[in-house]
Design a protein around this ligand. Structure first.
Ligand code: SF4
Ligand code: SF4
Length: 423
């Protein structure tokens, strides 16, 4: 590098810079490539300048700086090699080259009544709604150990609440009708045992008239005495979600296979897994049913932390391989895509943005618009961000990492990963 020359160092606009102290990550949103520099103060200084809002990914450096700074020379070499940036002699341009860098318009921090640009409010507030889950009853004759905790981790049946609760079909109808013209694309129906719901056929026929996906969740233990009733229901857009726990053996797999073949509704299998052995048995006996029909759902029972550490916790490699797009990153700056747009109605009529948080309304009292506004305005579920919680807020990977899920809440730690964060 000629020491008396000056150069424009620039990043390509599809690169994102993440900096935490002297830990720097440059991420290519097109190729999913990462350049990482740990404990390098020089690179951190340059990265901060590049990221500066006035610099727009382009800064001036001298040949002398490059020659005297091994870190800077290495950074430039890495950028060139990976097509993520370069330098050009400043004498070749009349002024500073312009890079069109995209930034989130309304900042990640949402302020009351100032979210017009990102969220849809007013007439459009309904556009934010994507999915509603109704626990239509908590009645069930079974006594599963998992009943108390699985539904807080993923969609699963539960008898949670006062015994014998029923969500009347008229209340469900009134709520769903309010979603007309919304972004609603899925309704989940859960229990208890949904076969103990007195108006199941009425509810089914009403929902069959709505051209969106409907999923009916039923534990395989309850299906044994009620399959014929389910088998009499038909709707092209309704599916049966069969909830299955261990033991996973050949007898159960054969039984489930027959159900899949005989069911009139499209059938998916949710296989709840708590340890290594169960996982192996699923692979052994259930994969032949068709991997596209299976959803393997790890379940935390307070005694299987090691299993979670091995199979659920994220490695750096898995985070990078998930290669989030620029749109994913922007979304994660402002919302939790796992929760966003989803409402859950308990069998007592309480409405939640997430089952692990306090209710945000009551079915018979609050309008759908009111509920949506409340969650967008002050709710704790749809905007539960990694960038706001410890220790993730101090981690350079926090926008590449998948959004917070229910597992973090249930395990009581936000960093379900194998990554050490600099103190
Ligand atoms: S079948 Fe479902 S609702 Fe019934 S006890 Fe078992 S987990 Fe609970
Ligand atoms: S500390 Fe948090 S943000 Fe960082 S990798 Fe772990 S889970 Fe992801």
């Amino acid at each position: 590098m000629k020491k008396n020359n000056s150069y424009w160092l620039f990043l390509e606009p599809h690169v994102r810079i993440f900096i935490k102290r002297d830990h720097v990550l440059l991420y290519d949103t097109l190729k999913g490539k990462v350049l990482e520099y740990c404990k390098d103060h020089e690179i951190s200084k340059v990265a901060k300048r590049l990221k500066g809002i006035k610099n727009l990914f382009t800064i001036k450096i001298t040949g002398k700086e490059i020659n005297g700074n091994a870190s800077l020379a290495q950074l430039i070499s890495d950028l060139k090699e990976n097509c993520m940036g370069d330098i050009i002699d400043s004498s070749l341009s009349r002024g500073k080259p312009v890079q069109l860098v995209r930034i989130l318009n309304n900042q990640a921090e949402l302020k009351k009544n100032k979210f017009d640009n990102f969220w849809s409010i007013g007439e459009d507030i309904l556009a934010n709604l994507k999915e509603i889950s109704f626990f239509i009853t908590n009645r069930c004759e079974r006594d599963c150990e998992i009943c108390k905790y699985a539904y807080k981790q993923f969609p699963f049946c539960s008898t949670n609440g006062k015994a014998g609760e029923i969500l009347e079909v008229d209340k469900i109808r009134n709520f769903v009708i309010q979603a007309k013209g919304s972004g609603l694309s899925r309704i989940n129906i859960l229990g208890g045992n949904i076969l103990s719901y007195p108006e199941l056929e009425t509810l089914f026929n009403f929902l069959a008239g709505i051209p969106i996906l409907k999923s009916y969740f039923i534990h395989v233990k309850n299906l044994k005495n009620g399959f014929e009733r389910i088998a009499s229901l038909t709707d092209r857009l309704s599916e049966l979600e069969v909830l299955i726990e261990a033991p996973f053996n050949k007898g159960k797999a054969d039984y489930i296979e027959k159900i899949v073949q005989r069911a009139t509704l499209e059938t998916c299998l949710c296989l709840v897994v708590k340890n290594e052995n169960e996982l192996l048995n699923i692979q052994k006996y259930f994969y032949s049913i068709g991997p596209d029909k299976l959803r393997i759902q790890p379940c935390f029972n307070a005694n299987n932390f090691d299993f979670f550490h091995e199979h659920v916790f994220l490695s750096k490699q898995r985070i990078i391989e998930s290669s989030p797009s620029e749109k994913d990153i922007f979304t994660r700056m402002a919302a939790n895509p796992t929760n966003f747009g989803k409402l859950i109605v308990g069998s007592n009529g309480k409405i939640y943005g997430n089952m692990n948080n306090a209710p945000i309304g009551l079915l018979e009292k609050d309008s759908l618009r009111h509920i949506l506004y409340r969650e967008l305005d002050s709710g704790k579920s749809w905007r539960r961000l990694r960038t706001n919680v410890q220790p993730c807020k101090s981690c350079v990977y926090n926008l590449l990492c998948p959004p917070l899920s229910n597992y973090e809440t249930v395990l009581g730690q936000n960093n379900l990963c194998q990554i050490e964060i600099d103190p």
